[in-house]
Design a protein around this ligand. Sequence first.
Ligand code: NAD
Length: 258
Amino acid sequence: MKFSLEGRTYVVMGVANKRSIAWGIARSLHEAGARLIFTYANERFEKPVKDLVSTLEGQDALFYECDVTNDEAVDATFQQIGEDVGTIHGLAHCIAFADKEDLKGEFVETSRDGFLLSQNISAFSLVAVTRAAEKLMTEGGSIVTMTYLGGERVVQNYNVMGVAKASLDASMKYLANDLGKRNIRVNAISAGPIRTLSAKGIGEFNSVLKQIEEKAPLRRTVTQEEVGDTAYYLMSDLSRGVTGETIHVDSGFNILGI
Ligand code: NAD
């Protein structure tokens, strides 16, 4: 039995399919007894997300469409969530996007539009949703975002997304500082590479997975479940003294000097 999240409500943003990291987080929070709210980018995801969530036994979930590039949509979504459930206790932000063209070759070739697009969806969206969601965290709360080593170090082909993750990482810390006085914590999980829809867009992704299997201290890649359980820790009171932190769930790969 997990440390219970019964009586608490969490918003999970970014489930696209069963491989999504957000889905690993949703399952972990569900097992701990949490009530879940799902947001998805557009109507294309509505049925797949609802079908997946129907497999969570006894889960009384709510669903909202929310394109994070649209301020009015973000505000309207959280206003509606507030009207429907009142208080929320946390939010998992598992959203990123960059043009495939910008995830291969040399970073120096990145276009202005490609740069701004990835910053908008992958970094600024955390600021926008935090601003809207914190109003509903009247009992304190925990916000968790998903980052990657490519924001700290140069990772081949990660390019524009690495720069967006660096921006996301810094945003996470500034938000943690702002919201701490209202007992809202903001943290990031830096996941090792996992085969998901988004990861498919990154050039030579298979070789990245292979490198983890060969060189990471645990000699294996990580799973959505392992990331989900770390998100559960960050959402629960077990982590009540932790904010502005990045936890690496990457089989230890980040400690290596290669
Ligand atoms: P995924 O494709 O399953 O999830 C990405 C989600 O972002 C999708 O649900 C997509 O609909 C959503 N999204 C994109 N544009 C959006 C918009 N405008 N509005 C709302 N939602 C939008 O892939 P994933 O790998 O689970 O990615 C989740 C997070 O984890 C991302 O931030 C990603 O960078 C991060 N991450 C992934 C890995 C990995 O190897 N897969 C490693 C570290 C971090």
